[in-house]
Structure formats: structure tokens, C-alpha cells
Write a protein that binds this ligand. Structure first.
Ligand SMILES: *Cc1c(COP(=O)(O)O)cnc(C)c1O
Length: 391
């Protein structure tokens, strides 16, 4: 691809390319010689479209070991997070108005909670420990008799830190409150067995696992008391929980991406681990460098590093052909240091120098070696010394 020729793309936590097999499956549902019918139509073409959707729903359900009836299609993880949090809080508000989440969540989670605070819900914001993990004793202490919902993400999009959602879910069950998990970064990458995991709502998106942008899903556990009030009203599709014409080609894309992820998960994991190890070994000796969050607790697709005495903005400029993120993609247009890294206790200066490298299936060892060279040279130049001395 000529457009990528001079770039080193290490931003797979922001988005991934669509797998060619996925793109092919999608194209077959869009053009005049394919099946483009509205799945809500009762004629034979509409019914065929429904069959494609059912097949894809089975693929995603298979990846997660759950029943297809538990999945609602949305436009992405942002919508799923909003539907889960606003929908569950409103559905259960007569039982209590206390909610718990973490300061390190994605904006698609923190902002719905802020909106609920304005509606006089009471939100407890937990901070992680310095390693990025949630101290379960702190969660336990935060749970009250009127707590209705806890929302904790699986893999953090900036640091890669993996929370122990099984133990968090067990605590929530003991306290009779629901657990919502934003799994946008982990679906298809880490094993998730919804038949045994004690969680109630889970947000997903296709475009972080080699599927298309604009399609996501929300898992709703088949348990009494687990329900969401809809955000949208219309044609009554998806049991009125999320009406609107089902985007068959997007859904088929997510389904195909889920099937591929299921068959490749351990190979992908090994590849990502090797890429992260190669990068970290290539830069860890630079004076003043440190990882944001404990590397042992992080998903290997992400490596987030900060460096002392380097100004973040200049560092990014100096890294020009390298496509990486500072803090998080959503925040990179503002000069504010990442709130996620601040919550880990990093200083403004260290947070501002953070670079998030993230790896994917297409990442090759030579991409990592280029990134190492670019990073070492940039740091050396900004410190006003030769690369040898910076090392
Ligand atoms: C990417 C991401 C989102 C947003 O997903 P979209 O499908 O782009 O709306 C939400 N949460 C996390 C953790 C993410 O990484």
C-alpha cells in the first residue's frame, strides 16, 4: 500500500486493518449482485439477510461461549458503554443510585457516569495502584447496600493493564450489584468465557480486532435484574433494546473477525509478546525510561513508556514517520497530560512524555527495529547529545 510506504504503524490499539477475508464477506452483502436486502423485510431476500446475521451472531457468541440471544448489535464500544451504563443505572434507579467505576476508564465510560452524576446519581471513582491494577479491598470498601452498578474495563486502552474481572465480578455478585466490563481491547485477544465469568454487561467493538469500524455489541447476561433501558426508539428491532435497520454487512464483518480471532488467539498472543519483548529490550536501557503500569500485568499488544526530561510534544514531532499514540488517541489533540497516567500517580511531565506503542498481526520485527532507532535517535537529539551517549 503506497499510503503506508513511509510509515511505521504501531497504533493497533486505536484501530486495526480489516482482514481481507472479512472485507470479502462484507462486500457480498452490499452490491447489487449480493444480498443487500433489509433484514427486517419479510420477503425471501430479507430472510436470507437474517440468516447471514444469525450466522455472524453465532460466530461472536462462539468466541465468547455464550448464547446468541445475549448479544445486542450497536455501532461500537462507545454506544455499548453508554447503553450499558445509562441503561442499567436508569433501569435499577428505584433500588439505589450509587455507582462505582475507575478513573482510568475510557471516556466512553467516564462521560456517561458524569452525565449520571448530573442526574443526581452518586458515583465513586476508584484510583488504580501505581502498577495500574485495582486493589480489590478498595473496591470492596466502596460497595454499599445501594450500589447498583460497577464498571471496570478488562484491558486498559492506554497501558494495556489487565484487570482481574473474574474476582471483581465475584465481589459484585456477593454484593448484589451488576458488573459492566468494557472489553473493547480484549475481545478476540484474551480468552473470555461468558459461561463462567460472573459479569452482567460487556461492551465490544469490531475495529480493534481486524473487523470494520461502526459495529459493536453489548452482552447482556440472562439473569434476573440484568436489563437496560434503551437509548434509541424506532422500528422495534433487537427486542426494542436497540432499534434501527441491522447493518448486515457490518455484522457479518464482526462475525467473521470473531471467528478468525478465535482460531488465531494463541498465535496472535505469542506474536504480540515477541514484538513487545523486542521493543522493550531495544529501549529499556535508555536512562530515565519507564513503563506506565507494570509490564507483567499488561496485555502484550501495548507498551506505554515515559521518559524523564523530554517534552512530550517535541518527542512526538521527532518521531514523525512513526504512528503511535501519546496518552490516548482521544486526548492527543489537547495538551492535557493523560488522565489515565495521572491516575497511576505519574507526574504531569512524565505523563506528557508518554508514548503508547501498540502491535498487531501485520507488525514485523523490522517495524520494531525501525521504531527502536527512531525513538533512540529522537531522545538523543532532544537531549542534545549523540545517540551513543543517550544510550
Ligand atoms: C476503542 C475503545 C472504545 C471505543 O470504541 P468505538 O467502537 O471506537 O466506539 C471504548 N473503550 C475502549 C477501552 C476502547 O479501546
Amino acid at each position: 500500500m503506497t499510503e503506508r510506504a513511509n510509515l511505521v504503524y504501531l497504533d493497533y490499539a486505536a484501530s486495526t486493518p480489516v482482514d481481507p477475508w472479512v472485507a470479502e464477506a462484507m462486500a457480498a452483502l452490499m452490491t447489487a449482485d449480493g444480498n443487500y436486502a433489509n433484514p427486517s423485510s419479510t420477503h425471501i431476500a430479507g430472510r436470507r439477510s437474517v440468516e447471514h446475521i444469525e450466522h455472524a451472531t453465532g460466530q461472536l457468541a462462539g468466541l465468547l461461549n455464550t448464547a446468541p440471544e445475549c448479544l445486542i448489535w450497536t455501532s461500537g464500544a462507545t454506544e455499548s458503554d453508554n447503553l450499558a451504563i445509562l441503561g442499567a443505572a436508569h433501569y435499577r434507579q428505584d433500588r439505589g443510585r450509587h455507582l462505582v467505576t475507575m478513573r482510568t476508564e475510557h471516556k466512553a465510560v467516564t462521560d456517561p457516569f458524569k452525565a449520571l452524576q448530573k442526574q443526581s446519581f452518586d458515583v465513586t471513582w476508584l484510583d488504580p495502584e501505581a502498577d495500574g491494577l485495582l486493589d480489590l479491598a478498595k473496591l470492596k470498601a466502596a460497595l454499599r447496600s445501594d450500589t447498583q452498578l460497577v464498571s471496570i474495563m478488562h484491558v486498559n486502552n492506554e497501558t494495556g493493564i489487565i484487570q482481574d474481572i473474574r474476582r471483581i465480578g465475584e465481589l459484585c455478585r456477593e454484593h448484589g450489584c451488576l458488573l459492566h466490563v468494557d472489553a473493547a481491547q480484549s475481545v478476540g485477544k484474551l480468552p473470555i468465557d461468558l459461561a463462567t465469568l460472573p459479569l452482567d454487561l460487556m461492551s465490544m467493538t469490531a475495529h480493534k480486532v481486524y473487523g470494520p469500524k461502526g459495529i459493536g455489541a453489548l452482552y447482556i447476561a440472562p439473569r434476573p435484574g440484568v436489563h437496560v433501558e434503551p437509548l434509541l426508539f424506532g422500528g422495534g428491532q433487537q427486542r426494542k433494546l436497540r432499534p434501527g435497520t441491522l447493518p448486515a454487512q457490518q455484522i457479518v464483518g464482526f462475525g467473521a473477525a470473531a471467528a478468525i480471532a478465535q482460531s488465531r488467539m494463541s498465535d496472535d498472543f505469542r506474536h504480540l509478546s515477541a514484538m513487545r519483548e523486542r521493543l522493550w529490550s531495544g529501549i529499556r536501557d535508555i536512562p530515565g525510561i519507564s513503563t506506565n503500569g507494570a509490564i507483567e500485568s499488561a496485555f502484550p499488544g501495548i507498551l506505554n513508556v515515559s521518559i524523564e526530561d523530554i517534552e512530550g510534544e517535541s518527542l512526538l514531532l521527532a518521531l514523525e514517520p512513526l504512528c503511535v499514540a501519546t496518552g490516548s488517541a482521544c486526548n492527543s489533540k489537547t495538551q492535557e497530560p493523560s488522565y489515565v497516567l495521572r491516575a497511576l500517580g505519574r507526574s504531569d511531565e512524565l505523563a506528557q512524555s508518554a508514548i503508547r506503542f501498540s502491535f498487531g498481526r501485520p507488525t514485523r520485527p523490522q517495524d520494531i527495529d525501525l521504531a527502536i532507532d527512531l525513538y533512540r535517535n529522537a531522545v538523543a537529539r532532544l537531549r542534545g547529545m549523540s545517540p551513543e551517549r543517550a544510550a
